[in-house]
Design a protein around this ligand. Structure first.
Ligand code: C2E
Ligand code: CA
Ligand code: CA
Ligand code: CA
Length: 282
C-alpha cells in the first residue's frame, strides 16, 4: 500500500494536475475566443532577396486574452489541435486570410499572395477541399493567390489519401508548400508523390548557416531537391545580412524572416507593402 501510495503521489503530482487544469482552462478560453472573435492574423512578408521582389505574405494566428496577455501559437495551437477546436479556428483563418488578400489586391492595385498554415486535423476533414473552395469564393479571391502550408507529418500517415487531396487542391488552383522542410521524413522519391510547389527550409537550418558546415550541406541538399523536382525553395527565419548573403551564394533567393520584416497586424503590413521596395533595404 505504501508503494502504491508513493506511486500515486508520483503520478498525480501537483505539477501534472496543475497542467491538466490549465489545459482544460485553455480549451475553455479558446472556445470563448472563437465565439467572441478574439483572434487576429498577423502577416509576415516573403521576399526574393536577389530581385527585392515581394512574393507574398504568411498569415500567422494571434490571440490576446481579455486581460491583454498574448498567448503564443506554440502554446495554444497544440491545445486547439487536441481539442478539435483547430477545425473551426482554421476555417476562420482561411476565410480571414482570403478576405485580407482580396482587400489588399483592391486597395494596393496589385496581387499579394497569402499563405495559410494548415493543421493535420484540418487537412484530414472530409470537407477540407470544399472549405478552401468556399473561402476563396466568399472572398472572391483568385485561387492562385492562396498558398497552403502543410507539414511532412501530414503526408506520411496516409500518403495516397494525402496525395489525392493535394491534387484536388491543386485543381482548385491553390499553391502548396511544405513547411519546416527537413525536420520530417521526406525523401526525394516520396516527394514525387505530392504535387507541391515549394519547400520551406526550417529556421533550425538557417540559424547557423553562416558557421555550421552541416547546415550548409542540408540547405544545399534541399536546394538540390528543389532543382531536381522543379520546386521553389524558401529559407525561413532569416535574421541577419550574413545569412542573406550565404543563402544567396548557395542559390536560395526566396526568404522570410526578421531581417526583412516581423509578422505585423494587417494595417501595419499594408503600410509595409505600400512602401516596399526600397524602404527596408539594408
Ligand atoms: P511556422 O509556420 O513555422 O511559422 C514561423 C514562425 O517563426 C512564426 O512564429 C514566426 O513569427 C516566426 N518567425 C518568422 N521569422 C522569424 C525570424 O527571423 N526569427 C525567429 N526567431 N522567428 C521567426 P509564430 O507566429 O509564433 O507561429 C508559430 C507556429 O504556430 C507556426 O510556425 C505554425 O506552425 C503555428 N501557427 C501559426 N499560425 C497558425 C495558423 O493559423 N494555423 C495553424 N495550424 N498553425 C499556425
Ligand atoms: Ca508556416
Ligand atoms: Ca515553418
Ligand atoms: Ca515551425
Amino acid at each position: 500500500a505504501k508503494g502504491a501510495g508513493r506511486n500515486r503521489t508520483h503520478f498525480f503530482s501537483p505539477d501534472l494536475l496543475a497542467s491538466i487544469e490549465s489545459r482544460h482552462r485553455l480549451v475553455g478560453q479558446l472556445r470563448a475566443a472563437l465565439r467572441d472573435d478574439a483572434f487576429t492574423l498577423h502577416y509576415q512578408p516573403k521576399v526574393n532577396a536577389a530581385t527585392r521582389e515581394l512574393t507574398g505574405v504568411e498569415a500567422l494566428l494571434r490571440w490576446t486574452l481579455p486581460d491583454g496577455q498574448a498567448v503564443s501559437p506554440a502554446e495554444f495551437i497544440p491545445v486547439a489541435e487536441e481539442s478539435g477546436l483547430i477545425v473551426p479556428l482554421g476555417g476562420w483563418v482561411l476565410r480571414e486570410a482570403c478576405a485580407q488578400a482580396r482587400a489588399w489586391q483592391l486597395a494596393l492595385g496589385r496581387a499579394v499572395p497569402v499563405a495559410v498554415n494548415i493543421s493535420g486535423l484540418q487537412f484530414t476533414q472530409a470537407d477540407f477541399v470544399e472549405q478552401v473552395r468556399a473561402a476563396l469564393e466568399g472572398a472572391q479571391l483568385d485561387p492562385h493567390l492562396l498558398e497552403l502550408e502543410i507539414t511532412e507529418s501530414m503526408l506520411v500517415t496516409q500518403p495516397q489519401q494525402a496525395s489525392d487531396r493535394l491534387r484536388s487542391l491543386r485543381d482548385l488552383g491553390v499553391r502548396l508548400s511544405i513547411d519546416d522542410f527537413g525536420t520530417g521524413f521526406s525523401s526525394l522519391s516520396y516527394l514525387k508523390l505530392f504535387p507541391v510547389d515549394m519547400l520551406k527550409i526550417d529556421r533550425a537550418f538557417v540559424q547557423d548557416v553562416t558557421t555550421d558546415r552541416n547546415d550548409v550541406a542540408i540547405v544545399e541538399a534541399v536546394i538540390g531537391i528543389g532543382q531536381a523536382l522543379n520546386l521553389q525553395v524558401l529559407a525561413e527565419g532569416v535574421e541577419t545580412p550574413q545569412q542573406v548573403q550565404t543563402l544567396l551564394n548557395l542559390g536560395c533567393a526566396a526568404m522570410q524572416g526578421y531581417h526583412f520584416a516581423r509578422p505585423m497586424p494587417a494595417a501595419q503590413a499594408q503600410a509595409w507593402l505600400t512602401d516596399w521596395p526600397g524602404a527596408n533595404d539594408s
